[in-house]
Design a protein around this ligand. Structure first.
Ligand SMILES: Cc1ncc(COP(=O)(O)O)c(C=O)c1O
Length: 420
């Protein structure tokens, strides 16, 4: 055991035991929540480093505190790498996570009451895209577009253009947390240009896939601002990036700090620099492609076993299964049944869900984390089979215990990076 862990074990056994429990849970089970991943050992090292001790309010070369020689160095590195990875003109690497990252963008360009055109939340939009329970939903006026789940999730851009003409949004927002398809960003750009709105893509879910060149990059279609979390498919520490074209840089930086945040978490910025360095390596391109291949294989495995998938499949790393239609159980029951065999998914609303968010009609499933462990298409089919069996036998304790053992055996063959 390393010295720091040994100290923790002695000084605070309650926290230490929870940490070991979580390590075992991650080692013996498989993470299929599409927004989660297993980060790099190097990232874990940076997160647990002395950079956490340092205040660095401001930006490199313009700090409010002394002693920032090395924090300046890593923040510059992270910004430069972000620009290279996402082919953009400016990057802010300080957002503490995805929610403040989006809030900083809205606050940079809008006044309270201004209109944002975003995706309906039950069709895939995120809480920060204006859920009524979020502060953003109370401050700004969100208007919505929907998808056509029966037509492979197609977005009707004529309808979207109509809404835009009627409501004159200041921002046209695309991005999703539970939409299993890709976008044509040029269509959104066309609508935004028509009404003089800014284009914002929140690519949190597919940030790693865009970095890997496996999915479309909104900047290629002239988008103004792109945000992404760093801890999902990008495989880094928890955090957010705001990326933009040069003319928006000053406003966005001022909105992140001092507008919204105080001192950045420099251990996280160091970990972000490492993550972006990894994203520039050729292996990461292969990782992105494998995430997509695995998603297709898992979707096929589930469809073959009778699962009803929203939009009928996937073009990205995720799927949403309608568990009410498939098995007559809500998403919470399905999530708990899968948890019991060591497969982690999350309950999920489906388009125009008649059920409430804590008892929604589906679950969300994704492949970034399993791919990080080295699993391939064969393992995806095996997981689909284990899921089908686990859900069918959810009330049979003996079968559940047996399946849990099978999941653990599979997982032991694919170690979690950084966990011996
Ligand atoms: C599309 C999207 N944007 C923003 C966020 C918010 O990120 P965080 O949970 O780090 O605040 C999420 C998180 O799930 C997301 O899916």
């Amino acid at each position: 055991m390393d010295a720091n862990r040994e100290r923790l074990a002695e000084s605070d056994p309650a926290v230490y035991e929870a940490l070991v429990g979580e390590e075992d849970r991650q080692r013996e089970g498989i993470e299929l929540i599409p927004s989660e991943n297993y980060t790099w050992p190097e990232v874990l090292a940076a997160l647990g480093s002395v950079f956490t001790n340092k205040y660095a309010e401001g930006y490199p070369g313009r700090r409010y505190y002394g002693g920032n020689t090395y924090t300046d160095r890593i923040e510059r590195l992270a910004r430069d790498r972000a620009k290279e990875v996402f082919r953009c003109e400016h990057a802010n690497v300080q957002p503490l996570s995805g929610s403040p990252m989006n809030q900083a963008v809205y606050m940079a360009f809008l006044s309270p009451g201004d209109t944002i055109l975003g995706m309906d939340l039950s069709h895939g939009g995120h809480l920060t895209h204006g859920a009524p329970v979020s502060h953003m939903g109370r401050i700004f006026d969100f208007v919505r577009y929907k998808t056509h789940p029966d037509e492979e999730g197609r977005i009707d851009f004529d309808e979207l253009m109509d809404v835009a003409r009627k409501t004159r949004p200041k921002i046209v927002l695309c991005g999703y947390t539970s939409y299993p398809r890709d976008y044509d960003y040029a269509d959104f750009k066309r609508v935004a240009d028509e009404v003089g709105a800014l284009t914002l893509a929140d690519v949190s879910h597919v940030g790693g896939l865009i970095a890997a060149g496996a999915m479309r990059n909104p900047f290629d279609d002239g988008f103004d601002v792109v945000t992404t979390t760093t801890h999902k498919s990008l495989r880094g520490p928890r955090g957010g990036l705001v990326l933009c074209r040069k003319p928006f840089a000053k406003k966005l930086d001022a909105s992140v700090f001092p507008g919204l945040q105080g001192g950045p978490h420099m251990n996280q910025v160091a970990a972000t620099a490492i993550t972006l360095g990894k994203a520039l390596e050729p292996e990461f391109r292969e990782y992105g492609q494998q995430v997509l291949r695995n998603a297709k294989a898992l979707a096929k495995g589930l469809l073959d076993r009778g699962f009803a998938l929203i939009t009928g499949g996937t073009d990205n790393h995720m799927m949403v299964a309608n568990t009410v239609e498939t098995l007559g159980i809500d998403g919470r029951v399905a999530e708990e049944a899968l948890d019991a065999i060591g497969i982690t998914t999350n309950k999920q609303v489906i388009p125009d869900d008649p059920n409430p968010p804590l008892r929604p009609s589906g679950i969300r499933i994704g492949t970034p984390a399993a791919t990080t462990r080295g699993m391939g298409e064969g393992e995806m089919d095996r997981l689909a089979d284990l899921m089908a069996q686990g859900l069918a036998a959810r009330d049979d304790a003996g079968t559940v215990a047996g399946l849990r053992g099978e999941v653990a055996t599979l997982c032991r063959a694919f170690p979690v990076p950084g966990l011996a």
